[in-house]
Design a protein around this ligand. Sequence first.
Ligand SMILES: [Zn+2]
Length: 311
Amino acid sequence: MPTTRALRDAIGGLVLFSVQAAAATAEVDDFNITQVAPGVYVHQGVTVGFDDPGSDDIANIGFIVGKDCVLVVDTGGSYRIGHQLLATIRTVTSRPVCYVVNTHVHPDHILGNAAFAEEGAVVIGHSRLPGALAHNRAFFLDQYSEALRTGDGRTDLVAPTLLVEDRLDFDLGDRPIRIWAHAPAHTDQDLSLLDLNSGTLWLGHLFVERIPALDGNLRGWIELTETLQQLDAARVIPGNGPLPQPWPSAGDAQLRYLRTLLGDVRGILAVGGFLEDALDRAGADERNQWALFDQHHKTNVTRVYTELEWE
Ligand SMILES: [Zn+2]
C-alpha cells in the first residue's frame, strides 16, 4: 500500500516529542469540552447507538487554535452539534475558523459541516471523500434531514473542497499541522492529523471502549493502526471513546479485536466454514470488552468474511 509506505517514511522524518507536555486538562464550558493541551480543545461524544436518542453527538470533535486562525476536526452528527461547537469556539477565541477537517464520511463526524461553511471555513477531506459523500448523498438527505437542517431552515450537506491524496502540511499561525490520507482501513477515506506543537495525534479511525465498526478493509485497518503506533505522540484523540489517551497503548485494544477477527475468520474459512459459523464464533471472546458489541459485531464479521473469502 503506497500510502502506508509514504506514512512510514514521513513518520521516520519527523522531529519526535522528547519532552512530553504535562497532561494538564481543564473543562472550559458546559458542552463537555476539555483542553487537552495548550490550544487543543475536544468535545467527547456519547456512547449510544446510531438509532438512539442523542445519536447526533457520538463522535469526538474539537478544535485547535493557532495565532492566525482555528482548525476544527470533525463537526458532529448534526447542524445543531456543529453550531454548539462553533459557539464554544467563540467562548475561547474570536479568531476565524479557517479550516474544517473531516476525518471520514461517517455521519457522526460530518453532518455539522454547514455550521462552519457559513463562517467561510475551507473543508478538508480525503481525495475519496467527495465520491463517498456523493454515493451516500440521497441516503443522508433522507435519513438525516432533521439533523442537517440549518439555522435558516435549509438542508445542507457540505462536501470538502481541499482534498488530500497523500499528505498535507499547513500552518494556523505558529501552529504547524500535518494530515495524512490513508489506504482503505476503517473506511476508504480515513485521515489522520497531527498537531506538531503539542504532539497531539487525532485519529477518527481509532475506537476506544466503543466497538470498532469496519466499513473499509480489515487488513488495511490493522496495518494502519500498527504503522501509526510507531509514531511518538504525547497523546491521542480517538474518534470515539474517552479522551485524551496515551499513545501508542490506546491502539492496543482495537488491534487485538481486529487481529482476532482476522485469525478467527481465516480459521473458519480454512476448514470450509460458512458465514453462519463465523457469525457464531468469530470474535466471541471479545463480547465483554466493548460497548455496543451487539450492534456492530455481526456486521463486522460479515464484512471480514466477505473480504477474506477470496484472499
Ligand atoms: Zn467512523
